[in-house]
Design a protein around this ligand. Structure first.
Ligand code: NAI
Ligand code: A1CAB
Length: 266
C-alpha cells in the first residue's frame, strides 16, 4: 500500500487512527502525513509513531491520496476553503466530524465529482478494537470502497451504513466509549468503597465489560438472555438489576443517546 494518507487536525481521534494504522500492516508510517494548528503535538506524533510532519494543511492536500478531515466540525468550512484548490484530482476525502454530511462538504469543495467518505470511528481503534461506521458517495469506486473498508478494518470492525443513520451511529458507536468508561469507573468506585485496591478494581471491572461484549458478539445470544443467565434465582445479581431498574438505568442510557443525536441533528 503506497498511497499517502493525510490527517488535517491531529488531536485525540486522529492520533487513535494513526496509532491503529501504524500497529497494523495496512501501510508504512512514512506514508502517513499529519498537520495540526500547533506544532508540539505533531512532533510527539512523529516521535511516537514515526509518521511524517506536513508543512501545512495545503501540504497534506498536495501530497495525499486519502485526506482525513480530523478537525472539529466548526473548523470544516475554513479548512476546506484553505485546501480545496490544492487537493489531488483523484483524492478521497474522509470526513470524521460528527454531524457533518457528505452533501454539505462536497458543496464546500465546489467539486461535483469529488470522492467523499463519511466515517465515524471510535477511540478504541488505537488498540485494534475500534468500530467505524462508513458511508460513501457515488464517486468512490468499488475498489476504493474496499480499500477504505480495509483501512478501517486494519484496526477494528467496520460497518457500512446508510448515511441517514450516521448521527445515530455517532452516538451509539463513536460516543459510547465515554459512557462505558463512566460505567467502568462507577463499578470500580463501588469496589473501592468495599475496600478493593483501585487498580485491581479497574482490572476486574474492565475485563467484565470486555468479556460481556465478547459474549454478545461471539454467541449472538440476545443480551436479555445473557443477563438472565447471570441472575441466579434468589441471588445477588437480581437485587442489583432491581436497583438499576428503580433508578432508571436503561432510560438514562436511551435519553443520553437521544441527547447526542439531537445535538447533531438540530
Ligand atoms: N474523540 C472521539 O472519540 C471522536 C471524534 N470524532 C471527530 O473527530 C474530530 C476531532 O475530534 P477530537 O480529535 O476529539 O478533537 P481534538 O480537539 O482532540 O482535535 C482537533 C485537532 O485539530 C487541530 N486543529 C484545529 N484547527 C485546525 C486547523 N485549522 N488546521 C489544522 N489543525 C487544526 C487542533 O489543534 C487539534 O489538535 C471531530 O470532528 C470529532 O467529531 C469522531 C469520532 C470519535
Ligand atoms: O464528542 C464528539 O463530538 C465526538 C463525536 C463522537 C465522539 N466524539
Amino acid at each position: 500500500m503506497k498511497r499517502n494518507i493525510g490527517f488535517i487536525g491531529s488531536g485525540k481521534m486522529a492520533e487513535a487512527i494513526i496509532g491503529g494504522i501504524v500497529s497494523s500492516d495496512f501501510t508504512q508510517p512514512e506514508n502517513i502525513f499529519a498537520s495540526n494548528r500547533t506544532i508540539p503535538k505533531l512532533l510527539d506524533l512523529q516521535v511516537t509513531y514515526g509518521i511524517q510532519v506536513a508543512e501545512s494543511n495545503i501540504d497534506i492536500a498536495r501530497k495525499c491520496d486519502i485526506v482525513f478531515l480530523s478537525v472539529t466540525p466548526d473548523k470544516y468550512p475554513a479548512v476546506i476553503d484553505e485546501i480545496k484548490d490544492y487537493v489531488r484530482e483523484d483524492v478521497i476525502v474522509v470526513l470524521i466530524a460528527a454531524g457533518q454530511t457528505i452533501a454539505m462538504n462536497v458543496e464546500r469543495f465546489n467539486k461535483e465529482e469529488l470522492k467523499m467518505v463519511k466515517a465515524m470511528p471510535n477511540t478504541p481503534v488505537l488498540v485494534g478494537a475500534g468500530l467505524t461506521s462508513i458511508s460513501f458517495n457515488q464517486f468512490v469506486t468499488e475498489a476504493e470502497q474496499e480499500e477504505i473498508k480495509q483501512l478501517f478494518e486494519s484496526f477494528g470492525k467496520a460497518e457500512i451504513i446508510d448515511e441517514e443513520l450516521m448521527d445515530t451511529a455517532s452516538a451509539v458507536g463513536g460516543s459510547s466509549p465515554a459512557f462505558v468508561y463512566m460505567f467502568i469507573e462507577a463499578l470500580a468506585d463501588a469496589a473501592v468503597v468495599n475496600g478493593m485496591p483501585r487498580q485491581q478494581a479497574y482490572n476486574i471491572a474492565a475485563q467484565a465489560v470486555l468479556g460481556s461484549a465478547k459474549m454478545v458478539l461471539d454467541t449472538a445470544i440476545h443480551p436479555g438472555k445473557l443477563k438472565d443467565d447471570v441472575c441466579s434465582p434468589g441471588g445477588s445479581t437480581i437485587q442489583s438489576i432491581a436497583s438499576l431498574e428503580e433508578n432508571g438505568f436503561r432510560s438514562a442510557i436511551i435519553k443520553a443517546v437521544q441527547a447526542n443525536v439531537d445535538k447533531l441533528t438540530k
